[in-house]
Structure formats: C-alpha cells, structure tokens
Design a protein around this ligand. Structure first.
Ligand code: G3P
Ligand code: MG
Length: 246
C-alpha cells in the first residue's frame, strides 16, 4: 500500500490546543488544515484499545489507577479534559476516515502487554481501515509490537520509533519491513537522516514546536514533524508552503 506522507502531524490528536488523544483534538487538527494526526493506543482491562498516552489515568483524565487494570465500563465514563470522553481506536479510526486524515497509530503497550496490545491493535487496524484510501501508519517504540503488526497486518505501513536511533536501525527496518523512521528531534543526527534519505526512507521527528527548528530539520533532510503547536505553525508561511509540498 502506498503511503502519502503529509509534512505535519498533529501530535497526540490535537497537540496542545485540545485535550490530548481525544476526538475533539482530531477534529480541531482537521479544521486547522492538518492532514495527519498521531495518537497513542493502549489496552483497557477488557482488551479494548483506547487513545491514551500514560499507563495511568491520573494526568489526562479524572480517573485513577492503571489503564490496563480498568474495565471499559469505567473508562467510558471518564473525562479526558473539557468534558471529552476517552475515545476507542474504533471511534478514532472512523473519524480519521470521515475527515480524510492519515492516522499514525502509535502502539503504546502497558508494561508486560506488548504482544497482546500489538495483536489487538494490528488486527483492529486492518479491519477498521479495510478498503480505506488512506491506511494508517502504525508505529511503536516496541520492536516486538512492530513485528506482530508486520505479521498480522502486513498491508498496513509501519514506522520504527526511537528516542535515539540505534546503530543497527537499518537492519531493524529491514527485519520489520518498515517504511518510515520516527525519532526524537532533540537527538536526530544528520548522518542518520542522510543515510535514510539515500535509501528512500522518510524521517519523521517529534516533537517540533518551534518553526526555526522545523526549518533546520527540513534543511537537513527530515521529511515530516509531529507538533503540539498546531496554532503556531498554521500562522507561518513556512507551514503553508510545506503543507502544500507534503
Ligand atoms: O510518535 C511520536 C511521539 O508521539 C512519541 O512520543 O511519548 O509523545 O508518544 P510520545
Ligand atoms: Mg505518541
């Protein structure tokens, strides 16, 4: 499946302008002209994939405890900010398809749930985006999760996600049949970007919240960015030009 890569991804759904990992964030990103959103997916105690970043509920919701210990009936009642519910992957997929957004589904397994999370998320991605014009880009810091996604949803493109890119990244890319390299903008090395570009592998950097940093990374050959500052980038001419080129 061919991957069309927009230049800008709204990080955690709607960046810092909306509660993170919510449907209102995704809607906001689309309204502001973003064509791609990244969100984090973790399993509930019932094995349902929900959009949430942390292993615990405290920071982003009015709940308490671990997401993986909490059943759906509780998660579905929580407030993820400004009265927004915690969305399921199924709800987010339907919205992204409706809005024509590329979804970067980051598999975010709770500790000890790597295999189970990847199996369920990969299977659901294949079902939820079946026949879709824009398939999701599945990424994870967990190489185990990506291997499972490769085996269970081979048609869905995969991105390898690192804080610091390891020396053997190309071997891993080849093993996991990845198509994109995602890494921390604070640590990305020019040599890695050059090597990736030489092999036709787009580099995506998180989290880029300053236009000057985006310009610098772009000049070094980085292809796309995850940003929390949706408002800031839509104000700049660089955004408009880059978005058109994306
Ligand atoms: O997928 C890119 C980025 O979201 C990874 O970091 O912690 O925000 O999920 P984090
Ligand atoms: Mg993420």
């Amino acid at each position: 499946m061919k991957l069309l890569l927009p230049r800008w991804f709204a990080h955690r759904g709607g960046g810092s302008l909306a509660p993170e990992n919510t449907l209102s964030g995704i809607r906001l990103a689309a309204r502001l002209g973003y064509r791609a959103v990244e969100f984090d997916v973790m399993l509930s105690a019932d094995g349902t994939p929900f959009l949430i970043h942390d292993e615990t509920l405290t920071r982003t919701t009015n709940g308490q405890g671990r997401v993986c210990d909490t059943p759906d009936r509780i998660l579905l009642t929580l407030d993820a900010g400004q009265g927004e519910p915690l969305p399921t992957l199924a709800q987010a997929a339907a919205l992204c398809r409706e809005l024509g957004l590329l979804a970067n589904v980051e598999i975010k397994p709770a500790t000890g749930f790597e295999r189970q999370t990847a199996e369920i998320v990969a299977r659901q991605c294949a079902e939820l985006w079946q026949g879709a014009e824009i398939p999701p880009l599945i990424s994870s810091f967990s190489m185990t999760a990506l291997a499972i996604a490769r085996d269970l949803a081979p048609a869905m493109p995969r991105g390898l996600l690192f804080d610091r890119v390891p020396a053997d990244w190309r071997q891993r890319m080849s093993d996991l049949q990845g198509v994109t390299l995602h890494c921390n903008a604070a640590h990305v090395a020019d040599e890695v970007v050059l090597e990736a570009n030489a092999h036709g592998i787009p580099v995506l950097c998180y989290t880029v919240n300053r236009p000057a940093q985006a310009e610098m990374l772009l000049a070094s050959g980085v292809s796309a960015f995850f940003t929390d500052r949706l408002d800031l980038f839509v104000e700049t001419s660089a955004y408009k030009a880059l978005q058109l080129g994306g």
